[in-house]
Design a protein around this ligand. Structure first.
Ligand SMILES: NC(=O)c1ccc[n+]([C@@H]2O[C@H](COP(=O)([O-])OP(=O)(O)OC[C@H]3O[C@@H](n4cnc5c(N)ncnc54)[C@H](OP(=O)(O)O)[C@@H]3O)[C@@H](O)[C@H]2O)c1
Length: 462
């Protein structure tokens, strides 16, 4: 039997993920992996050592100076499991990673925000130094998404990668559908159960999903995107009434998706709620689970009526699953001869495909209005939209009880008499984002519009 190889690991971060990593490496198996490896924690950085649970057992491991972890000559792999509180924190975290490469170390991170913001710089530094960077935990938490895409599909011509990448949004939407809770009630429950942060903005605004989508777009399509350049919609304006319309014949639900889809030589990239037909397998992904679909021309396309060839499903967050993904990366590096070159692993050579301009994104759309009821409204909207080349496909009008209208008025904090409120939905035939935005702008100021229309794409097959 060969002797166990000891690898020195330095840990930046002692939050949910950092603690789960400590549990795995300092508890039970003491960092032993199989017969061949022992991951030995040499130093842990946290600003607040005394408050951390492992401190009393192993106080000598803790430091409040990140540099001491990075510069420790016995540390070969630096794990960065920090979470930003202020946007300015990300530059500090980037500097830690760059310093680790300068010192000749490899880095494993769970921090998608720092890669989304400074990815190009970080990859360049990894390549310059010959160090390795792994980031499996950044997308889909414990689900092996990055390794599956970049290694198992290495010879694929990718068509699309899309899915549910934010468990908080999926949990809130699932609860709204199942229990008819309002958005605010479902969010509160998610916070109580630990699925949503006290400040849930990054999740519910879609910016967390955007960061993950940027990484997926990079590894699948070779796109180097900057935060804020893609079309992004969160879930904050979805109301219980939208689920009534979505499920009106049991036909659809609402899911928050991250989507990157090849269209010729460009890639359509967006994060948005979508109206999802019930038959789609993503429609049944419940609670905090994540699910990422991949389509490629070489292996896919057998069933063109189904829009997902491969799907990876599992726990998209949580200390345990995320720590497993982080430590899987560490083991891969520790067992040496890492399969990847030091640059960004990508199925398409970076620079070959371009980002499709937001305005050109096209599809069918769901638009929900709440108006002050009076004759001629649908005609006015139809005419105004039609003049801009946007055609209405269907008009959906449900019966709404007084209780429902009252709840709607309450949730929007409306002064209007609830009896006058009329919710209804129109679906639009295929149109571009430019057209839909222009059409909505043209009716927004009408005196019958009570709240800003809620709109998002209708998910279609391929
Ligand atoms: N939780 C999950 O399920 C999950 C899943 C996948 C990926 N991630 C990612 O993994 C990372 C860590 O997540 P987490 O859930 O462990 O977050 P967390 O519990 O909020 O912990 C955040 C960590 O970052 C440190 N930190 C925050 N602001 C800092 C600053 N300005 N300077 C230095 N350190 C700072 C904290 O330091 P102190 O110890 O000093 O307080 C703490 O150790 C995040 O990037 C997150 O997006 C999390």
């Amino acid at each position: 039997m060969t002797a166990r190889r000891k690898i020195g690991v330095g840990l930046l971060g002692a939050g949910v993920v950092g603690e789960a990593i400590q549990d795995a490496l300092l508890g039970g198996s003491q960092g032993r992996v199989g017969d061949d490896l022992e991951l030995e924690v040499r130093k842990i950085y946290t600003r607040n050592p005394n408050s951390k649970k492992w401190f009393k057992h192993r106080p000598e491991l803790f430091t409040s100076q990140a540099i001491e972890v990075i510069d420790d000559p016995t540390v070969e792999i630096v794990i960065e499991a920090l979470g930003f509180q202020e946007p300015g924190d990300l530059a500090i975290f980037r500097d830690y990673i760059l310093r680790a490469f300068e010192k000749g170390k490899s880095v494993v991170t769970s921090d998608k925000a720092v890669l989304a913001r400074y990815g190009a710089e970080i990859w360049a530094a990894a390549q310059r130094s010959g160090g390795h960077l792994r980031f499996e935990a950044c997308v889909g938490g414990g689900i092996p998404v990055i390794r599956s895409l970049t290694e198992s599909f290495a010879i694929e011509e990718p068509e699309a990668v899309f899915g549910i990448v934010n468990g908080t949004c999926n949990y809130i939407l699932s609860q709204m559908e199942k229990t008819t809770k309002s958005y605010a009630e479902a969010l509160k429950e998610a916070q109580q159960k630990g699925y949503a942060e006290t400040n849930p903005t990054a999740d519910v605004s879609g910016s967390d999903a955007e960061a993950k989508l940027m990484l997926l777009s990079a590894v699948v399509f070779g796109l180097e995107l900057q935060p804020g350049t893609t079309w992004r919609k969160g879930i904050e304006d979805i109301h219980a009434v939208d689920f009534r319309y979505a499920g009106r014949t049991g036909s659809s639900t609402i899911k928050h998706l991250a989507v990157a889809k090849r269209i010729g030589s460009s890639v359509q990239v967006f994060v948005s709620p979508v109206l999802m037909p019930r038959g789609n397998l993503l429609a049944d992904i419940d609670g905090a689970t994540n699910a990422i679909c991949f389509n490629g021309t070489k292996s896919g396309g057998i069933r063109r009526d189904r829009d997902c060839d491969y799907v990876l499903v599992g726990p998209g967050a949580g200390g345990g699953p995320t720590a497993v993904a982080v430590l899987g990366d560490v083991c891969e590096l520790a067992r040496a001869q890492p399969a990847w070159f030091t640059g960004l692993p990508s199925l398409v050579q970076p620079g070959r495909l371009a980002l499709q301009p937001q305005d050109d994104i096209d599809g069918s759309f769901y638009v929900r209005f709440i108006v002050k009821d009076r004759p001629g409204i649908v005609g006015d909207i139809g005419q105004t939209f039609g003049a801009l080349g946007v055609n209405i496909a269907e008009i959906w009008q449900l019966r709404h009880s007084d209780d429902e209208r009252q709840a709607l008025a309450r949730s929007y904090n409306l002064k209007e008499n609830f009896k006058e409120l009329l919710p209804f939905v129109i679906t639009l035939e295929r149109a571009t984002l430019r057209q839909v935005r222009a059409a909505l702008d043209s009716v927004r100021a009408r005196d019958y519009i009570v709240v800003d229309p809620v709109w998002f794409p209708i998910w279609g097959v391929r």
